[in-house]
Each structure stands twice: as structure tokens, then as C-alpha cells.
Ligand binder design. Structure first.
Ligand code: SAM
Ligand code: MG
Length: 214
């Protein structure tokens, strides 16, 4: 049987990264994706912007939409204060299985709850199923046409409070025009673009940071 890209990425981690060391897991994945196979992780350059937002907010509750292999999950979880929790959603069971192993390799399984299923199904159940009140930070990095409907769903479900931050990846490449138009023009958000490059390339891409004003 042929291996998949996520399996090869996991193999690189198991071979080259130190167990229990999130930085070495991140570094190994970046090396693999720069020199062997491109993959849709937020990557090192935008990853530094993600890190600085996480560090600045020091969030107790984080939601990530789109886990893939767990690269950004590891970056975020490794920066969280003790007792903080990250819930990450992934609807592809194969990706989820790989991500679980990468998160565990980084030693972060106790900080992360990886939930399998579609964002549109899980967002309305967050409060009841996981006892979440609101999220301090949401990282949006799933399919690009879901950013806007899922943001509206999070608003409706009362998962955002005054000061909650939405951080959206790939707002330029591949792009999320309806979402950008919404957060930039709605009086309920204060929105700012962080210019960078698409993971492991020189093409322009960036992150949009939007503070919910209530
Ligand atoms: N955040 C990851 C990182 O930077 O390491 C990359 C995530 S990748 C760009 C997007 C992932 O979202 C894919 O693995 C895809 O299967 C998943 N996905 C897409 N739409 C989804 C949805 N509606 N609910 C749950 N997962 C979804
Ligand atoms: Mg992305």
C-alpha cells in the first residue's frame, strides 16, 4: 500500500524530532515541507505571527478550525498557559489520526482536544458537549468558504465575547473574500491584516486578526 503525505510527514517527525519537544516537532515539519513535500500547514513565516498573537493574548480557551496534521495545533498548544485548553476540529479521519500522533509526540495531548467532524455540526454543540463558555481565540484555517458561515454560527451560538480574537489564515491565498469583506466592514469587529507569504513559498498571503467588539 502507498503511504500518504500525512503519513510521510509523521514518519519524518518520528525519525527526526525529539519526543516531548514541540519546537523540534515544528522544525522537523518545516524542514520536511521546505525540502521534500509542500503541505498546507500555516508554516514557519505565518507561524511566527500566529505565535505572537497567542503569546500576546495568553488565552485560556482556543478553538482551531482545521487540524490537518497538527502543525499549528502544536505551535498554539506549546504557548498556552497551564490549564488552558485548545479544541481543534478536523473532519478527515485520516488526517485526525496522524495529528493525534504528532500532538502526542510533542507531548501536548493533555492540552489539546481533537474533535473529529465538521465545524458546522460541532460549533452548535460546543457549550453542551465541552462546557465551553466563550473562546478567547479562534484560529480559522479550514476550507475557505466556511470562514464566514462558521463565524456567523459562532456569533449566534454565543461563543464569542467582547475581546475574543479571530485569526484567519490564507485570506489572500487561496483567499476568503466574503469573510474579509464581512470582518472589515462590520461594526462588530476591529480588523487588521498581517502581510506574509503562503507557507513554504514566496507568494503573498497573510493573516487577518479581527477583534470581536460584542
Ligand atoms: N491548521 C493546520 C496547520 O496550519 O497545520 C492546517 C489545516 S488545513 C489548511 C485545513 C484542514 O481543515 C484540512 O485538514 C481539512 O480536512 C479540514 N477541514 C476543512 N473543512 C472543514 C470543516 N468544515 N470542518 C472540519 N474540518 C475541516
Ligand atoms: Mg492555512
Amino acid at each position: 500500500t502507498q503511504s500518504t503525505r500525512p503519513q510521510r510527514l509523521l514518519g519524518a517527525v518520528q525519525q527526526n524530532a525529539t519526543r516531548g519537544d514541540p519546537r523540534s516537532v515544528v522544525k522537523t515539519i518545516d524542514q520536511f515541507c521546505k525540502h521534500k513535500e509542500w503541505a498546507m500547514n500555516v508554516g514557519d513565516e505565518k507561524g511566527c505571527i500566529l505565535d505572537s498573537v497567542v503569546s500576546e493574548l495568553n488565552p485560556a480557551t482556543v478553538l482551531e478550525l482545521g487540524t490537518y496534521c497538527g502543525y499549528s495545533t502544536v505551535r498554539i498548544a506549546s504557548l498556552l498557559p497551564p490549564h488552558a485548553r485548545l479544541i481543534t476540529l478536523e473532519f478527515n479521519p485520516h488526517f485526525a489520526a496522524v495529528a493525534r500522533q504528532i500532538i502526542a509526540w510533542a507531548g501536548l495531548q493533555d492540552k489539546v482536544l481533537l474533535v473529529e467532524g465538521a465545524s458546522g455540526d460541532w460549533i452548535p454543540k460546543m457549550k453542551e458537549q465541552f462546557g465551553v463558555k466563550t473562546f478567547d481565540l479562534v484560529f480559522l484555517d479550514h476550507w475557505k468558504d466556511r470562514y464566514l458561515p462558521d463565524t456567523k454560527l459562532m456569533e449566534e451560538c454565543g461563543l464569542l465575547r467582547k475581546g475574543s480574537v479571530l485569526l484567519a489564515d490564507n485570506v489572500v491565498c487561496p483567499g476568503t473574500p466574503d469573510y474579509l469583506q464581512y470582518v472589515r466592514n462590520s461594526p462588530r469587529y476591529n480588523s487588521q491584516y498581517f502581510r506574509s507569504h503562503l507557507e513554504y513559498t514566496k507568494a503573498e498571503d497573510g493573516l487577518e486578526k479581527s477583534v470581536f467588539l460584542g
